[in-house]
Structures are given as structure tokens and as C-alpha cells.
Design a protein around this ligand. Sequence first.
Ligand SMILES: [Zn+2]
Length: 576
Amino acid sequence: MKKYLFAAALLCTAVWADTIYPIDRAVMLEGGKFDFKVEFDKQLKSGDFKVLINGKDYREVFKKQGVFIANEDNLSASALVIKDVSLPKEGSYKVQVSANGKRSEVSWQVFATPQKAKAKNVILFIGDGLSVAHRTGARILSKGITEGKANGYLNTDDFPYMAFIGTSGTDSIATDSANSMSAYMTGHKSGVNAMGVYVSRAKDSLNHPKQETLGELIRRTSDKSLGIVSDAELEDATPAAVVSHTRRRADKSEIVGMFYDVKPDVILGGGSAYFLPKSVPGSKRKDEVNYIEKFKQDGYALATDAATLKEVKTKADKLLGLFHLGNMDGVLDRKFLKNDVTKKFPNQPDLTEMTAAALEVLSKNKNGFFLVVEGALIDKASHPLDWDRALYDTIMLDKSVGIAKEFAKNNPDTLIIATGDHTHGVSIIGTIDDNKAGDKMREKVGVYADAGFPNYEDKDKDGYPDTPAVSKRLAVFANNFPDYYETYRPKLDAQFVPAVQNEKGEYVANAAYKDIAGAVFREGNIPSNTDTGVHSVDDMVVQAYGPGGEAVRGYMDNTQLFRVIADALALGKDKR
Ligand SMILES: [Zn+2]
């Protein structure tokens, strides 16, 4: 019987075209803010519809009048919008919209967090694109492996709580970093390129139905501090989703404005190009607003490299660190290869140094904090199939987790969550041994018993191999790629650029690698308008350590991580 009811419910949503936001099966926090929107499928008069929430008129429930838009964006269809509403009581909600003799319906669940917080602090680590192969590779490179047993463990390896996470969005099974991080930060699903909003039919990217982010919630309902650290541009999807609302993740100038509205206590990363006014060389803004000046006037200490970061962090209560115009450079380039790519910004801090500085500043608040740390370069290197760079940066992320773990030992009321936002289609299959017989590089790939073990060395015991260019190295391959030349070797000059655009706008194999000894052409298996490898739909692993972490188990939807954090900190109604 139940089965048939479920099938009938599915049929209903398929037949009727009015769209309601938040969408069906949305799970929301008691008192959390969101925009309510109904998109009617044709033009109506203002009194031509009825919206009931659990049988009551919507105005009575939201205690607000809606704005009726007779012809939304000239689409010949009407809409009802009520911004910034909330539901004050936990429970089940049924929303029914009747118009034109039709009825549309969605159900929501509203949850309350406990009266008493389990944790004072939450630190969320996001390895952008972090897949199982990245973890395995980082462990082998960093710790070594003998007779099949790891010679040491990563910092996340003994986290007691663990789950698989599904990352799909409202529009597609394949996600990007915007809607995946948005799910963590708002508890709502969204679509590719969107964060902090549902993807509605509105034409203005900044006018889609919003949901409050964890960053905003912390600010509005608690006395806790807020910190955001990333080695990407701060306007990039993952760090931006902590505070921002846009359909279009490329709205980077506007995103800086949203950072300024929320004013996280600690903001460290790259992307100064969007903080600087148009007239300053390197700026990517289209106006003369100087956000660095604005933050400074609001009492932020400014750090521009590793040295100033070290200098200002002790005294600062509010800290802005901008270390690169764009994405920061990876640890393999900066510390080991010391190649030209890092000459422009020679003294960038490590993610570990940024994590330590953030913890030092945020922990000055006796009420606790929420800190997000993103290791973004794992993804930035995985797209162009540059596995050495991706693995070195995975080690960097894990070392940052180690710093948080040390902090949690002295502050046991701290919950640490470590995960990614989506995976890549990457796998380790064995080794590549230059000394193996054969002319062709593929004959030097060792599989099964032939693989043996790689010969990376870490003589100075800093946790990174001294060089990735050893004679017997990991064989790491992607399952999806554009046309490219496979060289079977680390790229020591700069990050790999597998494909370049031709006159027709298609991505073709980059001829710069054609003449490297042993390089072979691989014909791409993804559309030719794709310049690099893409995200995979595979589940991701999330791990947790500390109070509140026990909620991480089994299979979870990415939106559920929002609740894990909200519950741990008892967010929601102002409980100050
Ligand atoms: Zn990506």
C-alpha cells in the first residue's frame, strides 16, 4: 500500500508545473532563514491563487506579506516571493499551492538542535576533489609502505567516525564545488554553479531563492567567531559558499561584497584581484571599491605573505590575509621544485601556517568558533591530471588536519570534520619503473606482482618525498580525460596542461608534451569542449573526530553535514 502512495506522489509532482522553493523533501533548521518562492507556470492575477502551509494561509505562518510578481522577467508567468522567512517550530510541513484549478505540493521537515551544544568549536576541512586514491597516494608518499603495511598513518586515519557522502545536486548527478559546498553550508541541495540559492528561473544571478549559510547563522545567532581559510581564490566556490548567495559562482566581485557583509573574523587565502580597486594593477574589479581598505578600516590586521602573517597573528582579533592575486601555488612548486611559477609571490604561507594562524586568532574568543579550511589545490591539480601535485597538496591538507588535532587535544570540546566536496575519477594501479625492460613506457607500468613498491625517499623527514621524479613511482591514471599526451612522468617545470583549444574551439592534445621521450597520444573520452578531466559522481568519504562526530555514519546525503554541524554547536534559535 505504502508503495502505491509513494508512486502516486511522484506522479503528482510530474504532472503539475508550478514550482515551489524550498523544494520537496527539504530539511530545514528551526528558525533558519530562507526565501520562499512559488513560480506559477502562467500569468495570474494577484488573487488567483492560494498558498497553504499545513492548512493555514502562508501569510499567517510566515507573518509576512508576499510580493506578487505578475510577469516575472517577461517570462509571461507570475511568481510569489517572500524573502527572509523562517519556520519557528520543528516538525513536518506540507505546502499546497492551488492556481488555475491545479494543485502543487511539497513537504518539508524542520528540525531543532539540542538546547546544549556538544562542541564549542567546529573545524571543517575540505579537500577539494579529495578521492580515495588521493588519500592512498598521500599515505604511500608521505609515510612509505613495507611488505604491504603502511609505515605510518595520515592524521585522518584514526578518526573514529566515518561515512560515505552522496554529492549530487538538484539538476544533475554530477556536482561542482559550488553546489556541493552549498549543501554543507545551507542544508539545501542546489545546482551546478550555484551557492546559497535554489536554481530558479530568475534571470538575475543574484535574485534566486536564498538560504542562510552556516557563516551567516553563526553571525546572527551566536557569539562565536568565524574563519575561512583556502589556498584558492577566496571568491572560489568552496570558501565563497560559507557566506554567499549567487546562481553564478563567477560573480566574484559581488562575492567579495558578501564576505564584507558577513565579516568573518579570519579570512586567509588567494584572490586579492577582486579585493583591489580597478585602478590597481592586477585588479579584476570593474569598480573603484577597495575592499582591503574597507576591511582595514573595520579593524582587520592585514597579512600579505608568510612573514607578515607570522607577525600580525598574535595581536590580531580580526585578520585578513591575501597572498596571491589568484589561486595560491602548490607545495610541490613552492617548496620542492622552486620553479618559475612561484616567483611572483615568493613567500606564500603553507596551508598549515594559515590553519595555525586562524586557530590562534579564533581561539581568542572564549565562546568558540567555526573554521573552514580548504585544500583547494588538490582539485586544481587533479583536473589537469597532474597527480604528483595533487598528492603533495593532499599531504599538505593532512598536515593541516594534524595541527587541528593538536589543538583539539588541548581543547577537547572541538569537533573536526575532514572530507572533500566531490571526487575525481582517479585510481592508483601499480608503479611505473624506468628500469623495467621495454621501449614503450606502457611496458614499464607494473601491475599486480610486477608493481612491487615505489622508491620515494624522504631523507629530511618532512613528510613529503624529496622529489616525485624517482625511478619507480606510483602509476596513477584518470578514467576520464580530454585528448592528451601521456608522458608517464612528473611535470617538473609547471603544472600539466593536457589540452589546448584549436581554431574550432575544441580541446586537443597539447603538443608541448609530444616529444617527451615515450609520450603517447591518448584520445579523449569526454566531450571535446572539455579542457581537463572532470569530477566523478562516486561517493566521498567524510571523517569526524570529537564531540558531535558520532552523527557521521553510514551513507549520508551532503545536505546532512549541515545538520551535524548545527547540532554540534546547537545553532538555530538564538541560544545566547
Ligand atoms: Zn573541480
